[in-house]
Structure formats: structure tokens, C-alpha cells
Design a binder for this molecule. Sequence first.
Ligand SMILES: NC(=O)C1=CN([C@@H]2O[C@H](COP(=O)(O)OP(=O)(O)OC[C@H]3O[C@@H](n4cnc5c(N)ncnc54)[C@H](OP(=O)(O)O)[C@@H]3O)[C@@H](O)[C@H]2O)C=CC1
Ligand SMILES: O=C(O)C1=N[C@H](C(=O)O)C[C@H](O)C1
Length: 264
Amino acid sequence: MIRITIAGPRGNMGSEAVKMVSEDATFQLVAVVDIINNGLKMKDVKEMAPLDVPIYEDMDQCFREVECDVLIDLTAPESGKKHMITAFDHGVRPVVGTTGFSDQDVEELTHLAADKKIGAIIAPNFAIGAILMMKFSQMAARYMTDVEIIEQHHDRKLDAPSGTAVKTARMIADVREKKKQGHPDETEQMKGARGADYDGLRIHSVRLPGLVAHQEVIFGGEGQTLKIRHDSLNRASFMPGVKLACETVMKLDVLVYGLEHIIE
Ligand SMILES: NC(=O)C1=CN([C@@H]2O[C@H](COP(=O)(O)OP(=O)(O)OC[C@H]3O[C@@H](n4cnc5c(N)ncnc54)[C@H](OP(=O)(O)O)[C@@H]3O)[C@@H](O)[C@H]2O)C=CC1
Ligand SMILES: O=C(O)C1=N[C@H](C(=O)O)C[C@H](O)C1
């Protein structure tokens, strides 16, 4: 039985994770960590996430009082890194879906996990289709080096570009020669028109109500284009990946960044 704490249990992803963990016979939900903000009282939080496990505001206190193996973090960009460090301090293995990590954050956390010899997973996307989309894009970038990413998300999303887009760009950058795309003399008549720049590759972020999580990677070559697209239509699409990550992290003693490293 793997004992799990979930941070962010009222959220889109956190509430789905609470359901998945509660229904899985090999997992035991032992606590949740939430923030009591916007004038919310603990009573209201309990009504929103009706759980028969303790609710903590302070993760450090949670891990001092409750025996736990794995932390699932599905909160907000500013808290993901802090929560991971707190988990490491208590020997708890983090499985983090929260996005907004910089390459430098990932590097620092990788060193920290290695020093403490503790398993951890940061997965910018838990959906198997999204992992394949990233892998196929990396494969294509060896042959077609001009590429732009268009990611589309719901308008409640806090970070842009998405964690998935950044990871895709990083995977592409790992295999293609550094290259600045577009006309060498191009100028933006409006700031941001050409999107964000990751090693010369452009990322465009769309935010609209009605969307969930979508990404298209477009490659261009002489007289041809190739489009690789993934759509998550609901948050249940991420849960098999969250389950796999919780099982796998128990066998790790390093940090793994990206589910593509553990799906084989
Ligand atoms: N890896 C993946 O496959 C996926 C990752 N994500 C990522 O997961 C994160 C959550 O997404 P989503 O569920 O849509 O967001 P939501 O805003 O719906 O949920 C986040 C929840 O976390 C709470 N929260 C914020 N800060 C803290 C904190 N310090 N401690 C405890 N709880 C906190 C929020 O409370 P309040 O609302 O009161 O602020 C909210 O209830 C995002 O970073 C998103 O990018 C999302 C989908 C898939
Ligand atoms: O906030 C979201 O919704 C999502 N966030 C992740 C990201 O930033 O890539 C994963 C997925 O795209 C949904």
C-alpha cells in the first residue's frame, strides 16, 4: 500500500487525483494540503473536498504528523518547487504535475534529489498521447528543423507557455542544431507577435474558455508541412499517468523529468 498526500485537492486536477487515489486498492490517501485563502474557512474547504483524511495548510506540519510515502502536487507554479523541497526534507517522494518550472529549477531539484538519494518525478504532462506527441516531435525534428509550437489551454491557466510546450521545445532542442527561425530581418510590428523564443524555436500560447489542453507542433519544409497534434478533452486523461508515476517513484532514487523516461 502506497501512502499518498495530495496538494491542491479542490483543483481541476487535484480533485480528479483524489478520486483516482481513493478508488485504487494499492493506494491510501493519508492527507491533503490546501490553502485557505480568499476568506475561505476550513469548514468550507471540507465541504468542497469531502474527505475523511486530515487537511493541512502547512505541508511541513503535514509530514511531521502523518506517515506518507508519496506527495502528488497539483497546485500552482509558485508552490511546486517549495513543496518538492519540503517533501525531500521529510523523505517523501514527490510526483509533481504542477508546471511553471524553469530549466534551472529542474536542475537544482535534480541535484537535491541526487544528494538525498530520493526518487522524484516532475511530469509536465501525464497523458500518454501527449508523451507520444512529444516523442514524435523529437523524432521529426531530426529531419525537419523548422518547427513552431502552438499550445491551447483554458483561460484559468496561470503559466504560459505551458509546461508541455516547454518540455517539447527542450526535447526538440536536444536533437536539432541551434537555429533562429523565420526571416533574419523579421521585426515584430506588435510585441509578442512571433511568440516566445526557446533556442530559436517559437512557442505560441492561446487561452480561451471552452478549451482543456491541446498542442500542435508544426514542422515546415520545402513544399510541405507536418502537424503533430494532441488533445486532452478532460482531466481523466491524465490519471493513468499519475498512477504510473506514483508506482514508479517508489523504485527511484533520482529525479526523473518527463514521463517519457518511465513509460517503456
Ligand atoms: N502534468 C499534467 O499532466 C497536468 C498538469 N497541470 C498543472 O497542474 C497544476 C494545477 O492545475 P489545475 O488543477 O488545472 O489548477 P486549479 O487552479 O484548478 O487547481 C489548483 C489548486 O491548488 C490550490 N493551491 C494553490 N496553491 C496551493 C498551495 N500552495 N498549497 C495547496 N494548494 C494550493 C488552488 O487553490 P485556490 O484555487 O484557492 O488558489 C487550487 O485548488 C497547474 O500547474 C497545471 O499547469 C494541469 C493539468 C495536467
Ligand atoms: O494547466 C493545464 O490545464 C495543463 N497544464 C499542463 C501544462 O502546462 O502543460 C499539462 C496540460 O497541458 C494541462
